[in-house]
Design a protein around this ligand. Structure first.
Ligand SMILES: Cc1cc2nc3c(=O)[nH]c(=O)nc-3n(C[C@H](O)[C@H](O)[C@H](O)COP(=O)(O)OP(=O)(O)OC[C@H]3O[C@@H](n4cnc5c(N)ncnc54)[C@H](O)[C@@H]3O)c2cc1C
Length: 506
């Protein structure tokens, strides 16, 4: 009666449970789940996971859409060597190496408003030049001592390469292409502008060798939770993490001050929920996003976090990336195409604003759309786009219908002369910014991180009690030194803290 269909305890059931655990984990995303699984694998079951959302998964959110599934959060397994997600999923043949994705750029057209396609040879030249600079970033000796932004670094290199060409593409095309490329590379960090992304900060991130855009063959990214708990491939071996998760349990305050007392036994840490419920524990593992910490660390911890950790919270970058999916009854685009990237001029924007004032009454967002790309569906009837930075935040102020129609009218402006574009029959999107349990997408290194000397390691440091033992611990993608912004980084961080807890409890 107290168990939901999926085996997760409902809140009414939580009231039946005792409210003291040796370990409380805050957040049932990849890092929290990984930590709980690791603890149980080592025979430690005295734990509770408090999750604010009505679902597990956090920034992994696989949803049903268009008779299929789409990923509102993580989609790709980035690389093979050293990637723990790859290591768990590949032997079970769950992953697909998608050739079409690898050739994405060569099957993508660039289109001006009014429908004219950019010259293929010129686009290829611009794409190859830009991609070569991006790909060479981690072997570029100049970057380690560079103090400027990634935008400045990139444009400097790009202009040098352009000047060296005998025949250059027209300036207007170069300008518009760069506008698109900034948006496209913005997916890496979600920064409002590449002039705020740290140039040398790109070196902090470590890429796993191998295919960088591996997808899940079936089930989507949420399958990773079944792998962590060993539910897949053999349900009888499942670690009972789900049964320890209390959904709809938003933590309001973590009172860790009492741990400063030296009396034995140590008084527990007290965790209060927004609904008034109270839990106690010997150790608390916090896995909420850096966005949540930026937004609410001042009230979430009593007493406040130490200075060095707050410096990391304030100054590490946390991006805004959203996804949009449009579902059509039939494909109206040529088969074999991976999509259209739009080459936007200021005039296009002004014309759009004049013609459709309703889409900008609360601020404009269409200029954040980089294009329309075909999702790997069978049959292929879904177009998607990613939207980054300020437009990604603004977009969340509008209803699904407004955004869907705005996308359709924007599409019409570029491709309406070439095709009759029908109104989509379905639409979905992510809203990572307004949801107070995320407040954005993933972490990155900004110029502020450089200036303030803010590091993931500072975020990861546990708060120790007076005996020098961990009291409040931290995991989550943003705490990973070099795999930040990924699921594999989040999982490794959860395992790291589970090992620390096991060491400390011994
Ligand atoms: C649009 C998008 C695309 C992405 N694409 C990829 C990709 O292709 N490949 C990849 O590897 N990674 C990708 N990522 C990043 C990846 O999803 C994250 O790095 C990873 O899922 C983060 O896991 P986490 O456990 O650190 O945090 P989260 O998943 O955020 O988990 C933290 C949990 O804490 C909960 N919480 C928050 N506040 C409270 C509170 N007060 N009380 C209780 N619970 C609370 C949240 O609800 C959440 O469930 C993407 C992310 C986004 C948003």
């Amino acid at each position: 009666m107290h168990l939901k269909k999926n085996g997760v305890f409902s809140r009414s059931a939580s009231a039946q449970r005792r409210n003291h655990s040796r370990v409380l984990i805050i957040g049932a995303g990849a890092s929290g789940y990984a930590a709980a699984s690791r603890l149980m694998e080592n025979g430690f079951y005295d734990l509770t996971v408090l999750e604010a959302e009505p679902r597990i998964g956090g920034r992994v959110n696989t949803v049903r859409f268009a008779e299929n599934i789409v990923e509102l959060g993580a989609e790709w397994v980035h690389g093979e060597v050293g990637n723990v997600v790859y290591e768990m999923a590949e032997p079970l043949e769950l992953l697909g190496h998608n050739a079409a994705k690898r050739d994405f750029n060569s099957h993508m057209d660039f289109v001006w408003s009014g429908g004219a396609l950019a010259e293929r040879a010129e686009i290829e030249l611009l794409l190859n030049t830009s991609q070569a600079i991006r790909d060479a970033v981690d072997v570029d000796p100049a970057l380690a001592s560079y103090t400027g932004s990634y935008g400045e670094f990139f444009l400097d290199k790009f202009n040098q390469k352009l000047m060296a060409l005998e025949r250059r593409p027209p300036a207007e095309l170069v300008d518009r292409f760069l506008g698109w490329f900034e948006k496209a590379t913005g997916f890496y960090d979600g920064s409002d502008t590449w002039f705020n992304t740290s140039g040398r900060g790109l070196l902090h991130y470590r890429e796993c060798e191998g295919d960088l855009a591996i997808t899940w063959k079936r089930g989507g990214y949420r399958t990773v939770f079944d792998l962590l708990t060993k539910r897949f491939p053999n349900p009888s071996q499942e670690l009972p993490v789900r049964r320890r998760v209390l959904l709809n349990s938003e933590v309001a305050v973590i009172r860790w001050a009492e741990r400063e007392a030296t009396s034995r036994p140590k008084p527990p840490i007290v965790v209060e929920l927004s609904n008034g419920a109270r839990y106690t524990a010997d150790l608390v593992l916090v896995t909420v996003s850096l966005g949540v910490l930026k937004h609410s660390a001042d009230t979430l911890f009593d007493p406040p976090l130490p200075q060095r950790k707050m410096n990391a919270v304030r100054n590490l970058g946390f991006g805004q990336v959203n996804k949009l999916f449009m579902y059509f009854s039939d494909p109206w685009w040529p088969s074999g195409l991976s999509g259209y990237s739009v080459l936007v001029t200021e005039d296009d924007l002004e014309a759009f604003k004049r013609k459709y004032p309703q889409y900008g009454s609360m601020g404009h967002w269409v200029h954040g759309l980089s294009g329309f790309y075909i999702d790997q569906h069978k049959p292929s009837v879904v177009l998607f786009d990613w939207i980054v930075g300020e437009p990604a935040r603004v977009m969340e102020r509008y209803s699904d219908y407004q955004i869907m129609m705005g996308c359709k009218d924007w599409l019409d402006m570029f491709l309406g002369q070439n095709f009759t574009i029908p109104t989509p029959i379905g639409f979905t999107r992510s809203m990572w910014w307004t949801n107070k349990h995320f407040k954005g997408s993933y972490s990155y290194r900004s110029l502020d991180s450089d200036r303030a000397d803010a590091w993931a390691a500072h975020l990861a440091e546990p708060i120790l009690d007076r005996d020098g033992e961990p009291a409040v611990l931290f995991a989550g993608e943003a705490t990973h030194d070099y795999y930040y912004s990924t699921v594999h980084g989040a999982i490794e961080s959860g395992w790291r803290e589970a090992d620390r807890i096991l060491g400390s409890l011994k």
